[in-house]
Design a protein around this ligand. Structure first.
Ligand code: GRF
Length: 178
């Protein structure tokens, strides 16, 4: 089974998936200086950078690239763009995302910080299918964390990333039946 990963930034989830022997056949990144590119080079994963400012042209290039690749699942891992309806409809139930909060609470960016600053007692990690909304697709799995406010936000971030790196490979393997 093959997956392709879409990422924009650091790429720690990308590396965690690769380290769990998931067959990532391609990485697509929209930021040419993203650290995930260095990880792809190191791990010998073929990659494509699409750094196009115009949204319509960007989405067209992305869709063309996707159509030229063979895969069973598209995995978003820190991909900071919304996929257009034509792509999510074409790949219905074939695109998943991981989000660092208990959705539907705190969608979008800076979710860990927003949850911590709001003062919620519990937060966590959500894995969900991707639809045309922002972090709104059907939920596949969630893991809960009780926030320890005697510790700073960095400690919470670390804890969330550890959970992400553990559950994302596990759930993807389950979805792929491997
Ligand atoms: C993760 O926290 C993920 O939940 C969110 O973006 C972050 C990506 O981190 N969608 P990384 O690039 O995988 O290190």
């Amino acid at each position: 089974k093959k997956i392709i990963v879409l990422a924009s930034g650091n790429g720690s989830n990308f590396e965690a998936l690769k380290n769990e022997n998931i067959n990532i056949t391609h990485l697509i990144c929209n930021k040419k200086n993203a650290y995930v590119i260095e990880r792809a080079k190191k791990l010998k994963v073929p990659y494509t950078i699409i750094s196009e400012k115009n949204k319509i042209i960007y989405n067209k290039k992305l869709f063309e690239k996707l159509k030229n690749l063979k895969f069973d699942l598209i995995v978003l891992a820190g991909y900071m763009k919304i996929l257009p309806p034509e792509i999510v409809n074409y790949y219905k139930n074939k695109i998943v995302n991981i989000h660092p909060s208990l959705l539907p609470a705190f969608p979008g960016t800076h979710s860990i910080e927003k949850a911590y600053n709001y003062g919620v007692k519990y937060t966590g990690v959500t894995i969900h299918y991707v639809d045309e909304g922002m972090d709104t697709g059907k939920i596949i799995e969630q893991e809960i964390i009780k926030i320890d406010y005697t510790k700073n936000i960095d400690a919470l971030e670390t804890q969330i990333h550890i959970i992400e790196h553990k559950i994302y490979p596990k759930i993807i393997k389950k979805l792929l039946n491997i």
